[in-house]
Design a protein around this ligand. Sequence first.
Ligand SMILES: Nc1ncnc2c1ncn2[C@@H]1O[C@H](COP(=O)(O)OP(=O)(O)OP(=O)(O)O)[C@@H](O)[C@H]1O
Ligand SMILES: [Mg+2]
Length: 295
Amino acid sequence: MSSPVSYLPAHQQKRQLPEQKAVPGVKHLIAVASGKGGVGKSTTTTNLALALASQGARVGVLDADLYGPSQPRMLGLKGMPESPDGKFLEPMIGHGIQTMSIGFLVDDESPIIWRGPMITQALTRLVYETRWDNLDYLIVDMPPGTGDIHLTMAQRMPVSGAVIVTTPQDIALLDARKGLRMFEKVNIPVLGIIENMSTHVCSECGHEEPIFGEGGARKMAQEAGTELLGALPLDIRIRTGSDSGQPVMTSEPDGALAVTYGLIAERIRQEIEALSCSRQGSENTGPDVPRIVME
Ligand SMILES: Nc1ncnc2c1ncn2[C@@H]1O[C@H](COP(=O)(O)OP(=O)(O)OP(=O)(O)O)[C@@H](O)[C@H]1O
Ligand SMILES: [Mg+2]
């Protein structure tokens, strides 16, 4: 006789989601995301990582954009990571930042054509099979949108907080709001919003103009009850720096742009510290795996 089938009540079903597992060698995972593509997530990831490192933290970058990895180019890295034991990969080091990207493992020219489960597996391996060395922060450069990679991060990895990057255009703000809500839904704290390409600074005369609009990111932060962490102008030095593997944080470490990245990095550190304290205070309710609700 077959045994009766039992169904779990809804409030218990979340236990069947994959458990979150700490990432060895990493204290805090911080996701850098947006809704829209091309707003400057990767550039911001690289410069923030360098800003945190310049403040004395041990920092790594994980390139989670498996379809369009940018970090090897932005951090000026080439070649393949080593794997002395044939299982774990040593991160590549660019400007002192421990870095892992699918871009080191596949050829630049071949498109990556993977279905959802393959993406989940590849991301999980990049995160857990890299030998991160005692990192305070692993900054994760997310792809655009809210797809499989986001769900995998949210369900399986203990993300301490997310930073949302947006430009001031209405369309980018709209998508950024979606990105922000996704993190809220999966219980990942949003640390704040960074407005990128906030104003255009003329490289000839220094005149500053808000070509993509003004005040949108601040308003969005207020509405969402989060902070505007800072604003970066549309500046040719940021573009040439990321394209040439010499991010502006390294080429002009004392310049005004580096100061802005530094202030944002400081606020992120403070937020993470505050969150860790409040979490320690309220610990012991057992693992709370976020429930993903598809609407
Ligand atoms: N503040 C800025 N000033 C000038 N150029 C910038 C700035 N921020 C980013 N860029 C440039 O804009 C382009 C897109 O930036 P980036 O690749 O960082 O965006 P992204 O959001 O990661 O894109 P994707 O969604 O494709 O991953 C790059 O060429 C980059 O150098
Ligand atoms: Mg990118």
